[in-house]
Design a protein around this ligand. Structure first.
Ligand SMILES: *[C@@H]1O[C@H](CO)[C@@H](O)[C@H](O)[C@H]1NC(C)=O
Ligand SMILES: *[C@@H]1O[C@H](CO)[C@@H](O)[C@H](O)[C@H]1NC(C)=O
Ligand SMILES: *[C@@H]1O[C@H](CO)[C@@H](O)[C@H](O)[C@H]1NC(C)=O
Ligand SMILES: *[C@@H]1O[C@H](CO)[C@@H](O)[C@H](O)[C@H]1NC(C)=O
Ligand SMILES: *[C@@H]1O[C@H](CO)[C@@H](O)[C@H](O)[C@H]1NC(C)=O
Ligand SMILES: *[C@@H]1O[C@H](CO)[C@@H](O)[C@H](O)[C@H]1NC(C)=O
Ligand SMILES: *[C@@H]1O[C@H](CO)[C@@H](O)[C@H](O)[C@H]1NC(C)=O
Ligand SMILES: *[C@@H]1O[C@H](CO)[C@@H](O)[C@H](O)[C@H]1NC(C)=O
Length: 389
């Protein structure tokens, strides 16, 4: 195969913020800015995308949020916290496991939501986001122990408790973002993994527990027009996919003119309809409101969105807090660490690496091949790629 790696225009990148997450063993050390999963030598990242899944796309930043190694011992986090059973209390309940989920390291990247909405003609069930529905769990298997983040939704007496977290990096402009996740539980819930600016700049992966386990919805919003009619091009319902109630890797590539969706490295949907044009941020939620999209959950029902890790490589535009109207309850992302280099000198791949979450250096001439074949190529004295071309 002829490498499709194109020479890049010499882009003098603006000095920008670089925040590196610390979610791994040693997760709670708030001042740690160099998690062991990351390769600090990388100054840009390449992924293969596009209609042919072979067109290299380059990004400036990389994050790996790893929820797999957060227990200190076996049988920690094996029990789910109490069900949220009171509408009034729900938004003010504390997040459990606050040593992690309310740590400085966590709060630097994530905001746990507590907004609510009333029932209406179209959405029969009122819904409240509760911090108590966001928690860590460990699989109770000593032979293969790992932890994961859970977002839960439960149907209480006359209301739905839900959960949502948003990433505080709100100036993302184009991203390839992935998660290892599964969805389990009762019908009538929606698990969402999406980029958001507003209702007309949003790119979604949604798993509906009303759907068969081989069906996933891929959408660029708006999915209804100003007359309230459905836009046929907006949402794609794909079938015969690997089961969402088992661990799979889900991925959205939001590029300049197109969106691509992947499941376990296979492209499953593409769209050029309403590709977002505003700086956005990652949102993850688990909810139900009795509307036609989510359906109704039966009383005392529960469903869980479970995530082992989230990976994103992205470019930015604008301020880190984005340009949506400020939410008084929203935390601010820490502004820290300038980027070490202004130019993309050292290109790293993030797919087909030895250890997920640890980008590996690739050569300019080999990049396309390498990430396809999964062969690791370590290069010393890499020739500059984006400098002085
Ligand atoms: C990064 O580069 C330094 C200096 O060239 C080298 O010593 C180190 O091993 C590299 N680290 C990784 C993770 O490749
Ligand atoms: C990311 O930014 C770099 C530097 O401006 C640019 O060369 C690259 O094409 C951008 N990538 C995407 C996917 O927009
Ligand atoms: C976890 O497994 C142990 C040993 O099999 C068992 O005793 C314990 O009850 C389990 N805990 C939960 C919460 O399932
Ligand atoms: C949401 O939580 C904040 C504290 O983080 C609190 O001040 C606010 O009142 C809560 N919102 C609601 C609707 O209860
Ligand atoms: C829901 O309705 C009640 C009155 O029934 C009102 O006090 C409350 O502000 C409404 N909440 C939202 C989120 O609109
Ligand atoms: C994005 O937001 C802008 C400003 O609100 C709007 O004009 C535009 O239609 C939205 N959607 C897209 C795909 O640009
Ligand atoms: C959900 O249940 C309510 C009655 O509690 C009903 O009005 C509504 O139409 C149901 N929603 C769906 C999508 O069936
Ligand atoms: C839901 O749980 C509550 C408390 O355990 C119980 O009183 C109620 O009967 C249950 N509702 C249904 C429909 O099972």
């Amino acid at each position: 195969m002829v490498s499709k790696l194109r020479p890049l225009v010499a882009a003098l990148w603006p000095v920008a913020l670089l925040i590196r997450p610390t979610y791994s063993a040693g997760y709670v050390t708030a001042d740690s800015t160099t998690p062991q999963q990351n390769n600090q030598n990388c100054t840009c990242y390449v992924v293969e995308s596009g209609a042919d899944s072979q067109t290299p796309q380059y990004f400036q930043y990389y994050r790996f949020f790893d929820f797999r190694n957060l227990a200190d011992k076996s049988e920690e986090y094996v029990k789910a916290p109490a069900v949220v059973d009171d509408w009034d209390d729900a938004p003010n309940l504390d997040v459990g496991q606050s040593s992690i989920l309310n740590s400085d390291a966590w709060n630097k990247d994530w905001n746990i939501q507590n907004w609510s909405k009333n029932a209406s003609d179209d959405f029969a069930v009122r819904m409240v986001n509760s911090p108590a529905n966001v928690y860590l769990q460990q699989n109770n298997d000593t032979n293969d122990a790992f932890t994961y983040l859970t977002l839960r939704t439960t149907r209480g007496d006359g209301f739905q408790s839900a959960s949502e977290i948003e990433n505080l990096q709100k100036n993302v402009m184009h991203v390839s973002m992935r998660m290892s996740a599964r969805v389990v539980g009762d019908k009538g819930a929606v698990a969402g993994f999406f980029t958001f600016y507003d209702d007309n700049n949003e790119s979604d992966i949604e798993i509906l527990t009303d759907d068969p386990t081989d069906v996933i919805r891929y959408t660029n919003q708006p999915s209804v027009d100003t007359n309230g009619d459905e836009v046929a091009a907006a949402s794609q319902e794909k079938t015969k996919l690997p089961a969402w109630d088992e661990w799979q890797t889900h991925r959205i590539d939001w590029l300049d003119k197109d969106s691509y969706w992947y499941l376990n490295d296979n492209q499953v949907a593409a769209s050029s309809y309403s590709v977002p044009r505003k700086s956005s941020y990652l949102v993850i939620n688990m909810w139900s409101d009795g509307g036609t999209w989510s359906g109704n959950m039966t009383e005392n029902g529960s469903a869980e969105f479970q995530i082992q890790w989230i990976e994103m490589t992205f470019n930015t535009s604008g301020k880190v807090e984005g340009d949506t109207s400020p939410d008084p309850n929203s935390k601010r992302a820490a502004e820290l660490l300038d980027k070490r280099e202004e130019n993309c000198k050292v290109v790293c791949k993030i797919d087909g690496v030895e250890q997920k979450g640890t980008p590996e250096i690739v050569s300019s001439s080999m990049a396309a091949h390498v990430s396809l074949s999964g062969v690791a190529v370590a290069l010393i004295g890499l020739t500059s790629l984006w400098v002085g071309l």
